[in-house]
Design a protein around this ligand. Sequence first.
Ligand code: PAF
Length: 280
Amino acid sequence: MPKVMVIQTSQALQQFREKLKDASLSLGFVPTMGALHQGHVSLIEKSCQENDFTLVSIFVNPKQFNNSEDLQKYPRDLKSDIQLLNGLKNCVVFAPTEADLYPENDGFIPMELGDIGRVLEGAFRPGHFEGVVHVVHNLFRLVSADRAYFGQKDFQQLAIIRLLTNHFGFQTEIIACPTVREPNGLAMSSRNMRLGEQERKDALIIIHVLRKIASLKNQVSIKEALVQAQAFFSSGKLSLEYLAIVDPETLQELNEWKENQICCIAAHCGSVRLIDNLLF
Ligand code: PAF
């Protein structure tokens, strides 16, 4: 079984990148914070199918955590991440240090995120997207990939990454990939590793409430659908942070049903914050 190569410095990454360019080989990029699961594997496999090489970055980005306990408890296991990738053809890991990704001469100039950055996660996790934009900008600049793959579970992040790609003029094509779920409907997430057995069952109310809202489309008003959904949600054990039906383009709340909308949710299951969404 081929062992995955691990690149640890931005200098080594640049050399690797140059070699691919000289040989006219394409590069797909899957940025992650590690604690890899089948959701990540589906992005990586898609990239492997569509590119000559795939680079998976593993870096827990301190700048995108607005809660120090959340940062401290974020699961980290580079060894098992690497094991999971061993055997994938032409897959390379980039595991940089903080100093490598945020050098002293970091030329990053923050961008204005506008309305899309102020709602949902932006409202509840101040500074989060600014941190995501900073790290993805620095990664995109270093990696200069042909394509980059992001999961739709982080729907708002995906929208913001499209904005940053345009804003900074990156030539990387952004590929959105569907959320991968457990057979029972729980969206795969690195944070699920911190859920106990009972909490995993309790967390299913998230997908159930999303499906309930989708079933109410055009049956009752959006306002009434949210009232019913919130009542249903409060019969479970999780505590709700937000539940909103928004326009998939602008992410602003809707008052009337449209052909396409997305329902986004964030909730705490014990000490673990989970997000999910359903497009319908
Ligand atoms: O989605 C994630 O795992 C992170 O937000 C990302 C894109 C790797 C940036 O740190």
